[in-house]
Design a protein around this ligand. Structure first.
Ligand SMILES: [Fe+2]
Length: 390
């Protein structure tokens, strides 16, 4: 099965170009049959030119028993997931993201953006019947929330007792929205998914996401920025068990943060788009590995033309560019995150989750019963939510 799948994948064009070149993928990390649909979720470990693992990549394919594997038909549920949604090639930054106080196009876009932004978190919620087979109506509903706020909340009630199936369902859901390239994270399972829960031992011990303490405002993977293309552009967060008390998230679309900052002072934007605006010092991890210093902007332009953001409100282990305008911009951003009425709040219930273009979020502290603690699954992606090609 494994070698047949690898040779089939090599011969067709559903692999991303960086995996096709020279066959730089090492193995299938997981492969599951998914019931009567005869679909399999394939997860590949992708290697860079130095043979170092840098991401996971996943796809759903249809399998015909006792016959050669074929590319799925375009009408089936799996076919939509197997349609590659490539990131368009490099483009010039969209002028709307450049700091200019008198840009008429920008003003028009800004006003429309604010007018459409949801005022209540419930407006973001979409019920999904089956994450393996998202219907066109469900798909359109999620995309419209992402158009309005770069995020959507979803809920489905299946697979509570079957972790493997649930995890495959989450990957399938992400792939439906063009999310296939999963960040390689030291705490991830073999499928690239990380369990966010309180732990007292092992490799996750000592890191704040795996405690019950509050986490301040941030975008995910702010310490792992390599370029606008090679950064965490999207995320899926799924609640399996909620806390008895606390564990709420505040949420804000980075585009709204950008607008509010630019309203306050257009010079904030120039400071936060500086390529060395925010540095995260190197970190010696328990395994002995060293995560090198990570330097980059706060706001940047993704190759698709979309605005990306990299931010943490933490005060320790962060170096802001030593510049008066940067200090003013950071203070303004903190003020906006603290007080803006467009900040949304949610406490996710079991079965609920969020799929987003790495929006700003925080987490309040929480308390749970000892046996059944809060448990979320998190998947971080390179690339952004996008529509299928057809
Ligand atoms: Fe986070």
């Amino acid at each position: 099965m494994l070698s047949a799948a690898l040779s089939w994948l090599s011969s067709c064009d559903i692999l991303p170009p960086h995996c096709r070149r020279g066959g730089r993928f090492r193995s299938l990390a997981g492969c599951w049959r998914l019931g009567p649909a005869q679909s399999a979720l394939l997860i590949l470990v992708c290697l860079d030119k130095n043979n170092t693992k840098f991401e996971y990549w996943n796809t759903l394919i249809a399998i015909t028993v006792n016959q050669p594997m074929r590319r799925p038909d375009r009408d089936g549920g799996a076919s939509r997931m197997a349609t590659v949604a490539e990131v368009p090639g490099d483009r010039l930054p969209h002028p709307r993201w450049l700091s200019s106080a008198n840009d008429r196009d920008y003003r028009r876009w800004r006003d429309a953006r604010l007018a459409r932004y949801p005022l209540r978190v419930e407006e973001l919620l979409v019920e999904i019947r089956d994450p393996f087979r998202v219907t066109p109506a469900e798909h359109a509903a999620i995309m419209s929330r992402c158009d309005r706020a770069n995020m959507a909340l979803y809920a489905f009630g299946l697979m509570k007792q079957d972790e493997l199936l649930l995890r495959a369902g989450l990957l399938s859901l992400g792939a439906t929205f063009g999310l296939r390239a999963i960040e390689d994270h030291r705490s991830a399972g073999t499928d690239g998914i990380v369990r966010i829960e309180v732990v007292n031992e092992g490799g996750r011990n000592g890191y704040i996401p795996y405690t019950d303490r509050p986490i301040s405002w941030h975008t995910d993977g702010y310490y792992n920025f390599h370029s606008p293309r090679r950064c965490v552009g999207a995320m899926l967060l799924h609640c399996a068990r909620s806390a008895e008390q606390g564990g709420e998230n505040r949420l804000l679309d980075p585009e709204i943060a950008y607008i509010k900052l630019r309203d306050d002072d257009p010079a904030h934007i120039g400071a936060l788009m500086h390529p060395a605006a925010m540095s995260i010092p190197e970190n010696a991890e328990e395994s002995g590995a060293i995560r090198p210093v990570n330097v980059g902007p706060v706001f940047f332009v993704h190759p698709s033309g979309a605005l990306g953001m990299r931010y943490t409100a933490r005060k320790r282990n962060i170096l802001w560019r030593d510049d008066e305008q940067t200090r003013k911009a950071v203070a303004a951003l903190e003020r906006i995150l603290d007080t803006d009425p467009l900040v949304l709040r949610i406490k996710m219930s079991p079965g609920q989750g969020m799929i987003c273009n790495n929006v700003l979020h925080d987490r309040s502290g929480f308390r749970s019963a000892a046996d059944e603690g809060r448990l979320l699954y998190r998947v971080r992606y390179h690339g952004r939510i996008c529509r299928p090609e057809n």
